[in-house]
Design a protein around this ligand. Sequence first.
Ligand code: HPA
Ligand code: ZN
Length: 333
Amino acid sequence: MSTKDWLHALPKAELHMHIEGSLEPAMMLELARRNRVSLPYPDIDSIIKAYNFNCLQDFLDIYYQGMSVLLTDEDFHDLTWAYLLRCQADNVVHTEIFFDPQGHTERGVAFATVIDGITTALDRGRAELGISSRLIMCFLRHLDEDSAFRTLEEALPWRERIAGVGLDSSERGHPPAKFQRVFAAAGREGFRRVAHAGEEGPPEYVREALDLLRVERIDHGNRALEDPALVARLAELGIPLTVCPQSNLRLAVIDDMRHHPIRDMLQAGLRATVNSDDPAYFGGYVNDNFDALIDAIDLQRGELLQLVVNSFEASFLPAAEIRDHVARVRAEA
Ligand code: HPA
Ligand code: ZN
């Protein structure tokens, strides 16, 4: 069996995927028609042509425009269900999904609409596909602290359905420190904490995420590698990094997949995982991301197994479920 076939067949978890980033061009056009939203694209080819990014902000501009077609709970259901079917195809048996409530409430879509649609699909995913999930609500870091606090307030009635809070959007110029108080409040309410850091921002932002936001995982974290003392600290604390190879390439965090630092991360003792970030925009789902690494840097089965085991161990599942998943992975590997 080829290494790719072997990897594809292993059960795995995904920990870094923005549900709005799984909006495929065909569904974008369909929802635009259904909801009578006008888009600047006549067809799928012109959408794909627009996916030509030089940096994170180029992508975010298109990503926020894309999500403008999402209006009803049915839209959020359909979006999430389509992603869960891709999980099934990739043998992703557990997924921790980011969503951006402010991307919707700021344009007049109710928080309840977003969460109803997503959770209806997640419940179906559990019942019909056997896929477990958690939801992580991200604050948009280009917006202010007040907006984040209002969003936290809106989430409280849904506390049972939202496992944690995260931080995403434009990193440069928006340090984690800006959200220290809202993360502290979220922690008091029992939410788990993660944050994007060190994607475009400096290693200092990773330190702030640890020290000020008290996060349990770092999303991306690539630039932590510039700071050996920080790498040692992340390794010692066992802080997972949710790494997104195709995103890194498409957003110019790396210049070539052959220079992807995932092997360096593993060799430094970091708990790296492989994830798709925004699969509809960056060229693929989890298995595509693994395949890109296998092609570019010839990751070996031992390294791949470590990454898959890490995906469960870094998850927010209860310890007993993590043990069962890891035992199954090791038995099948
Ligand atoms: N970085 C920051 N914000 C995002 C991303 C990302 O990779 N994807 C969706 N929002
Ligand atoms: Zn992300």
